[in-house]
Each structure stands twice: as C-alpha cells, then as structure tokens.
Design a binder for this molecule. Structure first.
Ligand code: GLN
Length: 473
C-alpha cells in the first residue's frame, strides 16, 4: 500500500543527509505557520524499528503527532503551560503500531490546550495559522496536525477527536480527517480530556491513504479496556444505496451550503437515493456534549498537581497551597472554565439536573442514529457551518465556537465513525463535508469517501514543502 505515498519520502527518511535538509526546510517554512511545537527527525528515525521499516505497509513514511499523544523522548505539553518541559517516557499504542508498520514520527504539533477549543487560539504555546490564509485559524483542536498536512510538511498526521477536533481542522485546511468508531484505536498514551467521547484520528491529503494508516494503528489493546478490534465487514456500497441528508435550515454560511448541495448532487450522480431526515435530538447535542465533556475533564485534569510531573509553582508554603498555585498558574482560561463547569454539574444535588439529563440526551442521540442507519447507509452533513474564520476579534467568540460544533459532536456522543472530506474551494478557502456511518463501518466509510471524492476536482493544497526539493536539491 506504500505506493499511496510518494516513494520520495522513504528516500528522505533513509538518508541522514536528506533527513537533516528536510528538517531544516520544514523548520524554516514553519516559522509563520507554526504547525510544529517540536521537530526531531533524528529521534523519530531512531524510534522506528529498522527491520520492520523495510517491509511495513508504511515503510519510511514520516508523520506528525498532536502534542497530546505520547511519543517516547518527544515533548508532551498538551499545549499547556502546566506540562511545559515534560518529555514522554513512553509511546502511545497507536504510535507504536505505526512504528511497527515502518512509519517515522518527526515531530509534535500544536493544539488547543488539552484539546479544548476549535481554533488553536487556546494553545498556551503559540498560535498555529491556516496555510491557506495566514490571517485565519487552522481550526482545532488538532490545528497543528491539519496545517502540517495541508502545507505538505508531512503526508499524514495524528490528531484526537473528542468533539470534532480531527474533522473540523481537516475541513478548514482542505484535507481528509477521519474519526474512527469509539474504541477501535487504543487511547493508551492519549492525554485524557473526555474519555468516553474521544478517539485518536487521522489526517491525510487523500482518502485512500487513511486505509493503511487505520489498518496499522487500530485494534484491541490490553492497555485500554475500552479498545476493540474493528472486525465488522460492512459494505456501505452494497444493496440499496441510500444517503440521509439533514432537512430544514441548518444555519450554514453560503459557501458551506453550496458545498452541501454539491455533495448531495455527487451522491445523486453516483446513483444513490437521497432521503431528507430530521434528527430532533441533535438540537441538544451542544449542551449535552459540553456538560459531559466538562464533567469528565474536571476529573481527568485533577491529576495535574505539580507533584509527579510538569511544572510546579515556586510558591510552596504547604502542599495544598502549592497544588492550588500550580493549577492556577499552569492552566489557561478555557481549561479553568471547563473544570469549573465540570465540578459544578457534578456537585451533589445538581447531578440530576445537568449530568444525568445530558446522559439521557446522549442515549436519545444514540438511538436516533441506530434507527437512522436502518433506513440509510450513511448520513451526509456539513462538518462546520462556516469556513476557516479570522484569528482574533474578527473571528468567533468562544461561545460561538461551541455552538458551531453542532455537526461534529453527535458522532462522538454516539461513538460512530465519521470522515470530513473537501468538496472544493470557495473564495480562496476550503469547504469540508462529513460522512457518518454505523459503528464499525470504518473501512467501508473510508472507501465510500474516496469514491465520492472523485466527483470533486482535487483540491490543490497550499503546499509549502514538496519532498522532491530535498532529494533533488
Ligand atoms: N471544540 C470541541 C471542544 O472544545 C472539540 C474539541 C476536541 O474534539 N478535542 O471540546
């Protein structure tokens, strides 16, 4: 399958001289895009197992890893001040499996602190920008990974998707972003934000490339008890082919609405039946998600105390004071907001009002999807209601960003696989649409995405780096 990726990548990773040039070129180009927080090609190569590298399905292919996924020896900041200076002593299972397939991790990419956000503006490190337009956000929270693939620095990248963080930046950067069925990719080594919602996901420039990556990285893992094999052999293109689309006014910006119509037309031209559906429970996806995600975050982030790892406040009168000061100094505004919100909804006497209600909505959403997938093979919906928005004041407020997550959150609440794919360029910026399928239809969903994508002119990415420059230069 490695012919899916230009062979020149392997030439680069197998020559120390080329590797050095590659690293220098990317480092120079990335001074304004700021996709990477750390670039260490030498370290990545030394981690990749040479024997397997020769024969693995991803042999010699470099990749980037979001900085909330552990790679031994690399930094592990989660985009937060509280973990500044931390180096990971171990490697995440998904990365380890990619290493076995011969792939080479070359660096860690920027993110909204602990994955909380949709723009990368919540990173405590530096703001990544969109390679299509440097005055716009790359999306988030896996914005660094999306920018790195879109700019051509790496052929693929890992992100994490708790509520859309792989799919939304993929849509903003004109690439493919795949969120697998919950559990099919081990979360061991992914810094937990909201454990019941999140999964590691993958970003590429071509849909077909997702197959060998998912194949290599997925599967049950003894170190994550929620992990499982994706053994289903669903074929979404078999039988009566029906795609569901959302009825009514979805509140989309004109370019995204045009993209949605084009995608529906593409399915029609391929002979699929189109059924309009209403999914009333989706109106409650945003409050349900933010209640559950904040509740889980407040518990998961309790481990950052400055005692075992990460940064520690210099003000150390006593233990309690030290922990309080460390957390106050180390966490950013959005993270604090979510911890407070999470502890609030979990407070004794309040659980029934908020957390339990949110879980009930989650069940409704799940049931609505189960019903939907008896009538239709897949659901086609927008990834985000607008294109990449401007950085800073001209963009979206934190509240507006949360409301705009409404099309990506349902897949996480229901644990279903979903892919964002580019449908073209409007006013100089990419538009992305999303396909959701039943649980365990992952492989078939990727193949269907590849099939439908052929109806769209290939998006010419704003590649700033091309691997040939290194080997010919
Ligand atoms: N924007 C969502 C949030 O802030 C999703 C983030 C994610 O998927 N990590 O929670």
């Amino acid at each position: 399958m490695s012919e899916l990726f230009p062979a020149v990548w392997k030439q680069i990773t197998s020559s120390p001289r080329h590797l050095k040039c590659y690293e220098q070129a990317v480092a120079a180009l990335d001074t304004d895009t700021c996709a990477f927080l750390e670039l260490r090609t030498d370290l990545g190569v030394s981690l990749a197992e040479p024997a397997v590298k020769e024969y693995g399905s991803l042999s010699g292919i470099p990749f980037a890893v979001k900085d909330n996924i552990a790679v031994k020896g690399f930094q592990f900041s989660c985009g937060s001040q509280i973990l500044a200076g931390l180096r990971s002593p171990y490697t995440a299972t998904a990365v380890e499996r990619l290493l076995h397939a011969g792939a080479v991790p070359i660096g860690k990419t920027n993110l909204d602190e602990f994955g909380m956000g949709s723009s990368n503006q919540n990173s405590a490190c530096k703001p990544t920008v969109n390679p299509w337009d440097l005055s716009r956000v790359p999306g988030g929270s896996s914005g660094g990974s999306a920018a790195a693939v879109s700019a051509g620095y790496v052929p693929f990248a890992l992100g994490s998707d708790t509520g859309g963080s792989v799919r939304q930046p993929a849509a903003f950067c004109g690439i493919f972003g795949f969120k697998p069925t919950y559990g099919t990719v081990s979360r061991y080594g992914l810094a937990a934000y909201a454990s019941s919602l999140e999964t590691i996901g993958f970003m590429t420039a071509q849909a077909e490339q997702l197959i060998p990556i998912f194949e290599a990285a997925s599967g049950a893992d003894g170190r994550d008890q929620t992990s499982l094999d994706c053994s289903d052999t669903t074929d979404l293109t078999e039988g009566i082919q029906t795609v569901a689309v959302l009825a009514g006014d979805l509140g989309l910006d004109a370019p995204v609405l045009r993209g949605y119509s084009k995608a529906i037309e593409a399915f029609r031209s391929l002979g699929w039946n189109i059924v309009e559906v209403k999914l009333p429970s989706l109106d409650y996806a945003v409050p349900s998600y933010y209640t559950i995600a904040s509740a889980e975050a407040s518990a998961n982030l309790a481990r950052y105390t400055g005692v075992r790892y990460g940064s520690r406040s210099r003000e150390e009168h006593d233990h309690q004071h030290m922990v309080r000061r460390t957390r106050d100094e180390g966490f950013g505004k959005e993270v604090k907001l979510r911890i407070l919100l999470g502890t609030y909804v979990l407070r004794e006497g309040f659980q029934d009002q908020y957390y339990v209600q949110a879980q009930k909505i989650r069940t409704l959403i799940r049931n609505e999807f189960s019903k939907l997938f008896t009538k239709a093979g897949v659901l086609l919906l927008p990834t985000f209601p607008i294109q990449a928005f401007p950085i800073g004041d001209g963009g979206l407020t934190s509240m507006q960003q949360k409301l705009a997550d409404r099309f990506t959150l349902p897949a996480n609440l229901a644990g279903l696989p979903a892919v964002s794919f580019p449908t073209g360029i409007e006013s100089g910026l990419p538009v992305g649409m999303q396909l959701m399928g039943p649980a365990m239809s992952d492989r078939s969903l990727i193949r269907l995405t590849a099939h439908v994508s052929r109806c769209f002119p290939e998006v010419a990415l704003p590649r700033r780096f091309s691997p040939g420059e290194v080997t010919h230069g």
